[in-house]
Design a protein around this ligand. Structure first.
Ligand SMILES: Cc1cc2nc3c(=O)[nH]c(=O)nc-3n(C[C@H](O)[C@H](O)[C@H](O)COP(=O)(O)OP(=O)(O)OC[C@H]3O[C@@H](n4cnc5c(N)ncnc54)[C@H](O)[C@@H]3O)c2cc1C
Length: 305
């Protein structure tokens, strides 16, 4: 424990209502089960409390970063400096009004798929079993070849670095393949969104989502991972390139290129962030040399490297 982090946490605790912890191991909060400590970890009580956290951080010149379920993050072994803000339980509202979905950024995406398909609304069924929160999915423009979340977004509500609420359009959000403006503009925390869905056949939608869940459970590696490490290069599959290069099973420490899916790196036990990064860099170099293709990270590499 660092005294200054304990003091920082204690000062912040006096200014907000949410839960504040010092030196929180990020391995507890990522699907990789990897990551060193966040100096200060905050679970804000609600959107006003979130604004208070951000205002406090700005007044004290402390950096901050918001996250959801940690399903797409590789956090450094040295951890994250400043304040890490968990968009959790207070941001999990899921409400339908006709064809519109009002959803909190902390809501679990697969749960949202269940609620909408069971209500006979189409537009999110392809996202069944994609791990993580709605906020993370918006930042990543998460999806599959069947669709991506940006396609159904009407409004994204954020808290800005000045602690103000603002509504953004899909154009403001600049959705592209596994990309949105929120990846480069970290000054906005997604609090909620409105999505516009379409009426569909309830039974067929539920069946489709269930089929996808079953297929993913069989076809995707089951160990701790962050899903696809790399984006697919234009017109190609990163997983296939990695497979063709004979890289499946390659390992650094306990980090392994999965047998079931070449674009997954799995933590087989005690892998460190450095192991995963070294393995990913090795894969990138091999693909560059063999195919002349530059693989781009899909996984967000965060923290103090
Ligand atoms: C087994 C497995 C399978 C996967 N399959 C897929 C797939 O098929 N398709 C796909 O697209 N992805 C897939 N992923 C990746 C992951 O599920 C998605 O990227 C998901 O949308 C991440 O959501 P999250 O809440 O965990 O985001 P996090 O990992 O918590 O965060 C991701 C990024 O968004 C930022 N962020 C998160 N929430 C907020 C917020 N509220 N405001 C501002 N910034 C925020 C974080 O700082 C970080 O930069 C898979 C992952 C796993 C582990």
């Amino acid at each position: 424990m660092t005294t200054s982090n304990i003091e920082l946490a204690s000062d912040l605790r006096k200014a907000i209502r949410g839960v504040v912890k010092a030196d929180e191991p990020m391995s507890k909060h990522t699907t990789f089960k990897i990551g060193g400590p966040a100096d200060v970890f905050v679970d804000p009580a609600d959107a006003d409390d979130l604004a208070a956290v951000v205002s406090w951080a700005n007044r004290h010149d402390v950096p901050w970063l918001a996250f959801g379920a940690g399903a797409n993050m590789l956090v450094s072994d040295r951890g994250i400096r400043g304040i890490l803000i968990k968009m959790g339980r207070p941001f999990q509202r899921i409400e339908l009004e006709g064809e519109r979905l009002y959803v909190g950024s902390g809501a679990n995406l697969d749960k949202v798929v269940s609620v909408t398909t069971e209500a006979g609304l189409a537009g999110l069924e392809y996202a069944a079993a994609i791990p993580g929160t709605v906020g993370g999915a918006i930042v990543m423009n998460a999806g599959t070849y069947r669709g991506q979340i940006g396609d159904v977004i009407e409004t994204v509500s954020v808290v800005t670095s000045e602690g103000e609420r603002r509504d953004l359009s899909p154009e403001d959000s600049q959705f592209r393949y596994r990309w949105s403006v929120f990846q480069v503009d970290r000054s906005r925390i997604i609090v909620s969104a409105i999505m516009r869905l379409r009426p569909g056949d309830r039974d067929e939608l539920v069946r489709t989502a269930e089929g996808i869940r079953r297929k993913r459970a069989t076809n995707l590696p089951s160990g701790p991972s962050a899903g696809c490490v790399f984006k697919n290069p234009e017109g190609q599959s990163a997983g296939q390139l990695i497979d063709q290069a004979g890289l499946k099973g390659t390992r650094v420490g306990d980090a392994v290129v999965a047998d079931k899916h070449g674009n997954f790196i799995v933590n087989e036990g005690k892998a460190t962030a450095s192991d995963v990064k070294a393995l990913a860099d090795l894969v990138r170099q091999a693909i560059r040399e063999k195919f002349g293709v530059e693989l781009e990270f899909e996984v967000r590499i965060v923290g103090d490297w």
